[in-house]
Design a binder for this molecule. Structure first.
Ligand SMILES: CC(C)(COP(=O)(O)OP(=O)(O)OC[C@H]1O[C@@H](n2cnc3c(N)ncnc32)[C@H](O)[C@@H]1OP(=O)(O)O)[C@@H](O)C(=O)NCCC(=O)NCCS
Length: 203
């Protein structure tokens, strides 16, 4: 999670009033991601990975931070004190579709950050030509189900304790996202493409 304050960053105030800093994850965030993961509750780790993971391996960390920012993109969030707060990520599954996943540190959950990150991630994915997100969550993950539901998700019936859903990436999802232009500019810079909001970016 980001702490290099000289790097381009979106300064955002959560609906709760908490200030946070957001920017695309990069390999320099590797150690901070490992540390942030260790701070997560067992329950949050299980909800994210569906298995009792105690630490991220070097291979995991390389995969999770060495991104091309088009087919694999992630927002990293930190507090103003440099504490790791959240990660929101998408990974291409196929033509026009990406898997999305979110992790918010326990202390910051239920403050509206997940919703903001969903909006910021969806806007970036749409710019890169994605039409929908797929998500899989544990069937008892009320917070993720509510978040996805508020974004218009269509849910499949539960299978083996997990639920899969799809969200169509439409502009109305992120229409009220504060700092939208900044988010898109940073994501475009990370991907090395110029952002033209009038048409989707495709490669
Ligand atoms: C799921 C998660 C990303 C949501 O992020 P968040 O910042 O807590 O979400 P928000 O505060 O934006 O709230 C989103 C919705 O979830 C609801 N919610 C949040 N925490 C909740 C909780 N503990 N119980 C019930 N509902 C909850 C909010 O009320 C809101 O619902 P609404 O849109 O109907 O008002 C976060 O809880 C998390 O990281 N959990 C652990 C990891 C995980 O489950 N990841 C998802 C795997 S795909």
């Amino acid at each position: 999670m980001p702490t290099d304050t000289h790097l381009p960053t979106v300064h955002m105030t959560l609906p709760s009033g908490d200030p946070v800093r957001v920017r695309p994850l990069s390999p320099t965030d590797r150690d901070r991601l490992a540390e942030g993961f260790l701070q997560l509750s067992e329950s949050a780790r299980y909800q994210r990975f569906f298995t009792p993971v105690s630490r991220l391996s070097n291979r995991d960390l390389a995969y999770l931070t060495d991104l091309d920012h088009v087919d694999h993109f992630a927002w990293g969030v930190e507090s103003v004190d440099g504490e790791g707060v959240a990660v929101a990520r998408y990974v291409r599954l196929g033509a026009g579709v990406a898997e999305a996943a979110f992790t918010v540190a326990d202390r910051y959950q239920n403050l509206g950050l997940g919703r903001r990150l969903f909006q910021a991630l969806a806007a970036v994915a749409a710019l890169h030509g994605f039409a929908r997100f797929e998500m899989t969550m544990l069937a008892d993950n009320v917070a993720m189900a509510r978040l996805a539901g508020s974004m218009g998700a269509a849910f499949d019936p539960p299978v083996d304790g997990t639920v899969r859903c799809e969200v169509a990436l439409e502009e109305r999802l992120w229409a009220d996202l504060p700092h939208l232009e900044e988010f898109l500019r940073l994501a475009g810079e990370a991907a090395g493409v110029e952002v033209d909001r009038r048409r989707p970016i495709t490669r």
